[in-house]
Design a protein around this ligand. Sequence first.
Ligand SMILES: NC(=O)c1ccc[n+]([C@@H]2O[C@H](COP(=O)([O-])OP(=O)(O)OC[C@H]3O[C@@H](n4cnc5c(N)ncnc54)[C@H](OP(=O)(O)O)[C@@H]3O)[C@@H](O)[C@H]2O)c1
Length: 312
Amino acid sequence: MALPLPPRLLLSRRRLLRGLLAAAAASALPGALARSAEPLTRTLPGTGVALPRVGLGSWITFNVGDDPLLLEACTAVMAAFFAAGGRLIDSSPMYGTSQATIGHALKQLQAVERVYAADKVWTSSRDAGPEQIEASRQAWGVPRFDLLQVHNLRGWEGHLETLQAMKATGEVHHLGITTSHGRRHDEVEHILRRVSLDSVQLTYNIVDREAERRLLPLARERGIGLIANRPFQRKRLIRRLAGKPLPPWAAEIGAETWAQFILKFIISHPAITCAIPATTQVEHVRENLAAAREPLPDEALRRRMADHVRGL
Ligand SMILES: NC(=O)c1ccc[n+]([C@@H]2O[C@H](COP(=O)([O-])OP(=O)(O)OC[C@H]3O[C@@H](n4cnc5c(N)ncnc54)[C@H](OP(=O)(O)O)[C@@H]3O)[C@@H](O)[C@H]2O)c1
């Protein structure tokens, strides 16, 4: 069952409506589902499924309750996401009404076939898992999830058994685990070494690089996909860089904004399948998807990018 989020995690109506006005100007609703340039993809290892290298998160941003205008604003964000070639949307029963918001937009946009639906199971009770997953599926309005992840490793042993059984019967295509805390990395490593997974989701960006040492190489070696959450440190990173000019050599990797600079850093790591920034803004979703295009930095340029941001 979705729990209400504390007020500090609720979005301001004004912020979402700003996104809606921008969307209206660009007429982003159903007709606009025809796609623009295709983003670069990477295959989720071992699955043959090619995913665009930028997806869409939904924590806070899509927790808008049943306000029709706010639902329309989120639908506009998802319309722009699909129009830009996006596929993977990530949610969780922990994210307030976000799952229902996604379900509303998928229905409006007739996009159930297009989405790669990534959700989570989030309960310490193993027995409560299947019921929670079914409630989530109904909220999304999809026939089945493409990816189910154990949220923050909560009750992972029991839930992974459930998900493995569901995968065997075709009730879910892929399974994984998530975390966003460095202090859980030992436990993540333990699971990656022992359990057969399709993906692991963790925090990785140009300043939070702890995962580079052990987990990224290990996931690659084990043939496990990697989804990078919190690419913008919940926007803290964007705020920190705002007002500072991009280095002139950002043009070499086609980054026109700091958001694109950060995303290109993340998705150019050879182990990363995709990054999943969340946004309330149509313009931002377009900007983020446009980061998943050539050129991307090579290893030398990635080092230069990280050094540059560290020095600011
Ligand atoms: N343990 C877990 O499973 C876990 C933990 C954390 C996150 N996640 C997943 O990862 C997703 C992403 O993480 P997050 O939501 O915590 O943070 P995030 O994606 O790092 O940051 C989201 C913030 O970035 C801003 N933003 C997005 N695109 C932008 C752009 N182009 N320019 C400027 N600002 C931009 C958004 O503001 P605007 O609305 O103004 O664009 C939003 O406030 C989550 O939504 C969730 O799906 C999972």
